[in-house]
Design a protein around this ligand. Structure first.
Ligand SMILES: [Zn+2]
Length: 159
């Protein structure tokens, strides 16, 4: 969120002013900007670093509070459309990682099988090109069938 907030169902991060008190550090904070149905108005709350702030966004102001900047990425993730709370749950993430690892292991096994199969075909081809012409002349029908078979098993390779 930088210029205008239009989607009433969404929440945005906006710069906000500090409270005008001598005790408050002179920084620009970040706050969540959201539509309040009860008031039919957009409103900001506390700064995300926990400091109090003046109500209303300070559009185009540069955020200078290091606390707010530290939390910014996490809030941006949480406020993005499609965010799921479990995306920040370490247990869920760990489980997802383990599942992905299992899938990857099984996939690399399959790739190994495919590679061995392909190598077997390559070997057959090499033998054929070596001995082929003579044998081909002797067994034309057999080789015709073999050609068809090889074409069918390796459709992406031009023969
Ligand atoms: Zn702050």
């Amino acid at each position: 969120m930088t210029e205008t907030a239009e989607d009433l169902t969404r929440r945005y991060l906006v710069p906000v002013a500090r409270l005008n008190l001598p005790s408050e550090p002179d920084v620009i904070h970040l706050s969540v900007y959201q539509w309040m149905p009860a008031f039919q108005a957009w409103a900001t709350g506390m700064a995300i670093c926990g400091a109090s702030s003046q109500p209303g966004p300070l559009l185009k102001a540069t955020v200078t509070c290091s606390g707010c900047l530290g939390y910014r990425a996490r809030y941006e993730r949480m406020l993005a459309p499609g965010y799921r709370p479990e995306n920040d749950d370490p247990d869920v993430l760990r489980e997802r990682l383990e599942r992905a690892h299992t899938e990857l292991t099984s996939m690399s096994g399959q790739i190994g099988d495919l590679r061995r199969e392909l190598e077997a075909h390559t070997e057959t081809r090499q033998l054929l090109s070596q001995w082929g012409p003579e044998l081909r002349a002797s067994f034309p029908v057999l080789f015709k069938k073999l050609d068809i078979l090889l074409t069918l098993t390796q459709p992406e390779e031009a023969s």
